[in-house]
Ligand binder design. Structure first.
Ligand code: ADP
Ligand code: MG
Length: 448
């Protein structure tokens, strides 16, 4: 049931929150309406019970488990009795700073290592900088600021730095946490009047890593505290690594002085993936899936197809491959192109590049050297009418617009006119090779 519940919860809370908060949890047993959940740290159970109790209860209920209360147990401290985490739970005493440190750091993902990070043009700079920081030695880039869109590997690189630093310098105190966790801890310290402990904790780390710092934009007192922590550590020559979804200067509602401090080290971005990088990542993930699903056959061309078609981000790419392998192993079949298209139809559709009718009209007019106004207008001469029909055909093929809608964009033509045009081109296409090639070329230009 927990497996199913986790899937549901991932849909509800989103992949990122899921990985941070829910994934590390285990359902140990259900007894008389209480679900016992094991958590690696008390910090985690605390956060989850405050923010996700309702969702967890609802999902368990929907899956047929008669649960009305959650009880969290911290696995690393088995001697402590299970702690009730219902909303009426009395507030616990603030943990001592030393004990809190364990709980403060977010758990590192085992898979996020340098070894598992595939390097390509779009991320080579970020990777090199991350490596350099992880090697330790004199602090050269401080802070290292990594930024880039969702799912491009920021968190992966940060975990890799944390792990590598810890390996090379076992005595170093590496603290990795999301900006969200930073804020949560800070607010909790304010509430519990333990701000001094909180400050102390941060000021004794050797490497501080804060992920998704854009999260604290607009949160004034948290920003302020972050700024002080940041300055103190930099002044002491401690390494800081920050990530965000955009460049420091672009973060809205962030104080200028903080932005400028964030920029004073090395700022590197992770670019959107290119075809080669996506293929490399797919190959590397395939190698690890082969261990998990031994004996599975993969037809040639499948990975290339995926690298072409799924361009949004690496997380989606990984999810697609994962689903494909699971599906194939369940069906006991070879992974073919057909199966791929069938099994991943929704993801492929979402990754279709959206082409507008206007773009199609512009490209077609340009290609056949006719005026855009003529292409849409009433002229009936063949040199204009044929390109117009081609544009209608492409509009029908490449967009999800209905015939009446397409008619409206072609100077208010009737949907039967559009249908006729589309039919005509379909007929000609199979007879006229050069026309078919023309259309393919146009389509490729529009998809690029
Ligand atoms: P971000 O934090 O930038 O949103 P993540 O670091 O969480 O992205 O990456 C999303 C997923 O994609 C993770 O599972 C990560 O391991 C994977 N990933 C991203 N880039 C790479 C890469 N270059 N090589 C291997 N895996 C990658
Ligand atoms: Mg991330």
């Amino acid at each position: 049931i927990w497996g199913q519940a986790r899937e549901e919860l991932q849909k509800i809370v989103g992949a990122d929150s899921f990985t941070t908060w829910i994934e590390p949890l285990k359902l140990t047993e259900v007894d008389e309406g209480t679900a016992f959940i094991a958590s690696p740290t008390r910090f985690l159970s605390d956060w989850v019970s405050r923010h996700y109790s309702d969702e967890i209860l609802k999902v368990l209920d929907r899956l047929g488990a008669p649960v009305h209360r959650l009880s969290f147990e911290t696995r690393s401290q088995p001697s402590r009795p299970a702690q009730a985490a219902a909303p009426e739970e009395p507030r616990r005493a603030a943990p001592r700073a030393a004990a809190a440190e364990e709980e403060l750091a977010a758990p590192l993902d085992q898979r996020f290592t340098f070894d598992n990070f595939v390097v390509g043009k779009p991320n080579e700079l970020a990777h090199a900088a991350a490596r350099r920081v992880a090697e330790g030695g004199p602090v050269t880039f401080n802070p290292l600021f990594l930024y880039g869109g969702v799912g491009l590997g920021k968190t992966h690189l940060m975990h890799a730095i944390a792990r590598e630093t810890q390996l090379r310098q076992p005595d170093a105190r590496v603290l990795y946490l999301s900006a969200e966790q930073f804020m949560y801890r800070f607010v909790q310290a304010l509430r519990d009047r333990t701000v001094m402990d909180f400050k102390e904790l941060f000021r004794t780390v050797s490497v501080l890593m804060v992920d998704d710092v854009q999260f604290i934009a607009g949160k004034d007192s948290t920003q302020e505290e972050f700024f002080h922590t940041f300055n103190t550590l930099v002044d002491q020559g401690k390494q800081i690594v920050i990530s965000a979804d955009r460049a420091p200067g672009e973060i809205k509602d962030m104080e200028e002085r903080i932005k400028s401090r964030l920029q004073c080290g090395l700022v590197v971005d992770l670019h959107p993936t290119d075809y080669e990088l996506r293929l490399g990542i797919l190959q590397s993930k395939t190698d690890s899936f082969r261990v998990q699903y031994p004996g599975l056959q993969l037809a040639p061309g499948v990975l290339e197809f995926l690298a072409h078609r799924i361009t949004s981000n690496v997380r989606v790419l990984e999810g697609a491959l994962q689903r494909l392998f699971a599906f194939a192993s369940l069906m006991g079949r070879e992974i073919t192109l057909d199966m791929t298209q069938e099994c991943l139809a929704d993801i492929l559709r979402a990754n279709d590049r959206k082409v507008s009718i206007e773009e199609i009209q512009r490209k077609v007019a340009e290609h056949y050297n006719v005026r855009l106004s003529d292409l849409i207008g009433p002229k009936r001469v063949r040199t204009v009418a044929r390109p117009r029909q081609i544009a209608m055909y492409l509009a029908k093929q490449m967009t999800s617009r209905s015939l009446p809608e397409i008619g409206r964009r072609f100077g208010g033509r009737d949907h039967t006119t559009i249908m006729h045009g589309v039919k005509k081109i379909e007929e000609l296409r199979s007879a006229d090779r050069s026309l078919a090639e023309d259309i393919d070329l146009l389509r490729r230009l529009l998809e690029a």
